[in-house]
Design a protein. Structure first.
Length: 172
């Protein structure tokens, strides 16, 4: 599954991150023709770029990251994307918004737009996501985007066993 050129949300647009842009961000440089919101790139953004083109490349099957671009000024405010550890019929999505913009609805808008795009693809049956059980704001984003809690469990995150929650949305 390839990302289209642009996925349009209500207040954001999502566009694929090019490998050269990711490499520049990893090197601490501002890629040409990009504008960053205050606080960008954050720690999670650097991790996304590392998984995409850096030392962690190949760690996540078919990883497809996109910039979240604020519509009002074209500034990059985070990333969203998917991988296919469970196969192309059940992509797992993840997202991050720079901290100064938390709580303003950008993550929900981006997630809704990505879910709509993924579910429009014939191969996709459901879209999955997970987060730490204690990440209440992230859970609310998933719920506002229409995802439902399907199970709780534990998983290893950065070498530490964490309590997790797992969400899905599908064609049911």
């Amino acid at each position: 599954m390839q990302a289209p050129e642009v996925i349009q949300g209500e207040r954001v647009r999502l566009r694929p991150i090019r490998p050269d842009e990711a490499a520049a961000i990893l090197a601490g440089r501002l890629p040409p023709r990009l504008t960053f919101a205050d606080g960008y790139p954050g720690e999670n953004s650097i991790e996304v770029m590392d998984i995409f083109v850096g030392a962690r490349r190949g760690e996540s099957p078919n990883f497809t990251p996109l910039f979240i671009v604020r519509g009002q000024d074209g500034a990059i405010i985070g990333e969203i994307g998917w991988s296919n550890p469970q196969g192309p019929e059940a992509p797992v999505v993840g997202y991050d918004i720079v901290e100064p913009l938390w709580g303003l609805g950008y993550a929900t808008d981006a997630l809704r737009a990505l879910i709509a795009h993924l579910l429009s693809l014939a191969v996709v049956e459901r879209v999955c996501a997970d987060t730490l059980k204690t990440h209440i704001a992230s859970r609310r984003v998933m719920e506002k985007a229409g995802m439902r809690l399907v199970r709780e469990g534990s998983d290893e995150v950065d070498g530490v066993t964490q309590e997790m929650v797992y969400y899905e949305i599908g064609r049911w």
